[in-house]
Design a protein around this ligand. Structure first.
Ligand code: GDD
Ligand code: MG
Length: 361
């Protein structure tokens, strides 16, 4: 079985992290986002994953070389010369996806995190006999997603409205699809949207079916959702593989710490924290609801909450970093600084406090 992951887009909502690496390679819970998906696909027997790329292909190629062998799965690239949206890339990759067997293939947005119940999706797809299956989930704020109106019993989609202006329903497209090859006949090779042009058409012919996704779901393509998504993910990890979570008197709730990270004396860490490889957390530090990317140093008695600290950055002693502060790669926050929601571009030094949420160029 094959799968395509949409890896394009500029990831602008996850800047400044995406100024350093493409969004799918930004680590989520200590693992590049896209790896969560590739592992889930591999686990249910997908043998080839096609990455649909239009941005920074070199970085992606390096990544692939490392993981193709590690994961023992074929990963190929389908490269656009212009962004083709969310449907055009499927037409471009047609020859890679279709092998004449008529077997359906998966298509995924690269920024969605869930327990990926793909086996159940295959069973669902077989049961309804339609042309395409999509997973849906309930959210509080449906207007920023594709909204789906479906018949509860059968799952048949009656309406698909991408980012509606007024309220339609609270079930939304989770960005995980299983498609028959015939769907490709509906897509022209040009910039086009699967949500606006393809799904409404298939729904109109009563051949689009939706399955309510069991378990948690989050699009982690924006800082606030990334931080909430980590909490949901760690909660689900606690149920599945609790041995992967940190334990000890200094840990509160769910915390993931890479084994190469060093944690000093008298820290209090958690809940909902991910600490990446080679990080150094000095003594007396307080961390909650935050992510430290690879090689970050947090100096003594600093306090970090609801924030993301980019690769190779440092936070000085007694500093206080909170309220959706996002530090890009290689940012240095001086001692005793306060950051209230600062979004800091890579390679900066912060010498004075950021008192209200703002972007520091
Ligand atoms: N190859 C390629 N080329 N990929 C693209 C392009 C492109 O031109 N544009 C976007 N993508 C990829 C993104 O990298 C992402 O994986 C996926 O397509 C969806 O794009 P987003 O920019 O993340 O869309 P969204 O989050 O606003 O909305 C989409 O996801 C929601 C669920 O998270 C839609 O599919 C909604 O219907 C859905 O509810
Ligand atoms: Mg998204």
């Amino acid at each position: 079985m094959k799968a395509l992951i949409l890896v394009g887009g500029f990831g602008t909502r996850l800047r400044p992290l995406t100024l350093s690496v493409p969004k799918p390679l930004v680590e989520f819970a200590n693992k590049p986002m896209i790896l969560h998906q590739i592992e889930a696909l591999k686990a249910i027997g997908v043998t080839e994953v096609v990455l649909a790329i239009n941005y920074q292909p070199e970085l992606m190629l390096n990544f692939l070389n490392e993981f193709e062998t590690k994961l023992d799965i074929k990963i190929t690239i389908s490269r656009e010369t212009e962004p083709l949206g969310t449907a055009g890339p499927l037409a471009l990759a047609r020859d890679k996806l279709v092998d004449g067997s008529g077997e359906p293939f998966f298509a995924l947005n690269s920024d969605v995190i869930s327990e990926y119940p793909l086996k159940r999706m295959i069973a669902f797809h077989k049961s309804h006999g339609g042309e395409a299956s999509i997973m849906v989930t309930k959210v509080d704020e449906p207007s920023k997603y594709g909204v789906v109106v479906m018949e509860e019993k059968t799952g048949q989609v009656k309406e698909f409205v991408e980012k509606p202006k007024s309220y339609v329903d609270n079930k939304i497209n989770a960005g995980i699809y299983l498609l028959n090859p015939s769907v490709l006949d509906r897509i022209e090779l040009r910039p086009t949207s699967i949500e606006k042009e393809v799904f409404p058409q298939i729904a109109g012919e009563k051949k689009l079916f939706a399955m309510v996704l069991p378990g948690f779901w989050m699009d982690v393509g924006q800082p606030k959702d990334y931080i909430s998504g980590l909490s949901l993910y760690l909660d689900s990890l606690r149920k599945r593989d609790s041995f992967k979570l940190a334990t000890g008197p200094h840990i509160r709730g769910n915390v993931l710490i890479d084994e190469s990270a060093r944690i000093g004396e008298g820290c209090l860490i958690g809940p909902d924290v991910a600490i990446g490889p080679c990080c150094v957390v000095e003594s007396g530090v307080r961390l909650s609801r935050c992510t430290l990317m690879r090689n970050v140093r947090i100096k003594k008695h600093a306090c970090i909450s609801s924030s993301i600290i980019g690769w190779h950055s440092t936070v000085g002693q007694w500093a206080r970093v909170e309220n959706m502060t996002i530090l890009g790669e290689d940012v240095h926050v001086c001692d005793e600084i306060y950051s209230n929601g600062g979004v800091v571009l890579p390679h900066k030094q912060i010498k004075s406090s950021i008192l209200k949420p703002e972007i520091l160029l």
